[in-house]
Design a protein. Structure first.
Length: 176
């Protein structure tokens, strides 16, 4: 997983009115063709200059800068450096499936507060919540599981899927 900058359409961790469509609570935010083109340019290269984007979409550099800031402020996208955990000292990554009784949002909220957790989704199927974790080693993962995740109120079961190899990770799915 090489270091790269990406723009993630709807990839913010916090729910917002702008993301209502992405999480099933409402309509997708209206994005015009120019905003979608800007997002797609940044999905391919999060370091692309505003001047280059402006030339592609037919706006001034200042107008692109303003639109990007509005997209960031509305949490429609984020621009981040994605690193290979192994290259920065985290030797164990895993996906944890959780079964929950009662209010799933309380468990999801508690997981989002944990530093090791980088991805949380509420799902339908055999698991109620999926959480991706990045840990320093197996002992760190074991400690996280036994002392902080499995003890959360309403967690009835967990299943851990330890990552052996990252085969594909992309964030350039475009816009609709």
């Amino acid at each position: 997983m090489p270091t790269r900058l990406t723009a993630r359409d709807g990839g913010s961790e916090r729910p917002s009115a702008a993301r209502a469509g992405a999480n099933g609570r409402g309509k997708s935010p209206h994005l015009d063709a120019v905003s979608k083109a800007i997002i797609e340019q940044l999905q391919h290269d999060g370091r692309k200059s505003y001047a280059s984007i402006a030339a592609e979409v037919g706006l001034s550099e200042a107008a692109v800068r303003q639109r990007v800031q509005r997209l960031l402020d509305a949490e429609i996208m984020q621009i981040v450096a994605v690193t290979d955990p192994l290259q920065v000292g985290f030797l164990r990554s895993a996906m944890i499936g959780l079964r929950v009784s009662g209010d799933m949002s309380q468990v999801a909220d508690a997981l989002t507060e944990m530093e090791e957790v980088d991805y949380v989704v509420t799902t339908a199927g055999s698991f109620d919540i999926l959480a991706e974790v990045v840990c320093e080693d197996d002992d760190h993962l074991l400690d996280l599981l036994t002392k902080r995740i499995r003890v959360l109120p309403n967690v009835t079961a967990t299943e851990t899927f330890v990552y052996l190899k990252l085969n594909k990770q992309l964030y350039n799915w475009g816009t609709r």
